[in-house]
Ligand binder design. Structure first.
Ligand code: FES
Length: 154
């Protein structure tokens, strides 16, 4: 018997009317991450100006409704921010901005955090920059999730 999952109004809003869907041609940075367990994939595109401000941000997500909502709100949260501010985006902040996520969907917010970081990593690599605190992206978010679970951080 399946269980019905309850979502906040904010999640439903971002799922039904996602912001910043699409691609950016010649993006300053592109990050793609996936979770092998659920099969969801998220890609974030960043357009960053010469002062390291995120001018534009788009996403494409092949995944569940919560993953669409987390990528949508994550793009809103980092648009207009600096690279360093975007780097501080956490999955917890994404969850809070959405009014919470059901426990089985918490990993979807991790995908958003990691996709933003992966796009920043790509930007740094293309521009030969070293950004303090920026770590190389992981291919499968499931491994990161297990790490965070062990640390009690999700
Ligand atoms: Fe895996 Fe949503 S179920 S990202």
């Amino acid at each position: 018997m399946s269980q019905i999952i309850e979502y906040s109004e904010k999640v439903m809003d971002h799922f039904s009317n996602p912001r910043n869907v699409g691609e950016i041609e010649n993006a300053s940075g592109v990050g793609t991450v996936g979770n092998a367990k659920c099969g969801d994939i998220m890609r974030i595109y960043l357009d960053i100006d010469e002062n390291q401000y995120i001018r534009d941000c788009k996403f494409k997500t092949f995944g569940c409704g919560a993953a669409v909502a987390t990528s949508s709100i994550a793009t809103e949260m980092i648009k207009g921010k600096t690279v360093n501010e975007a780097l501080k985006l956490t999955n917890k902040a994404v969850q809070e901005a959405l009014g919470g996520l059901p426990p089985v969907k918490v990993h979807c917010s991790l995908l958003a955090e990691e996709a933003v970081h992966a796009a920043l990593w790509d930007y740094a690599k293309k521009n030969h920059l070293e950004i303090e605190g920026l770590k190389p992206p992981v291919d499968d978010i499931d491994e990161t999730e297990q790490f965070y679970e062990m640390a009690g951080e999700v």
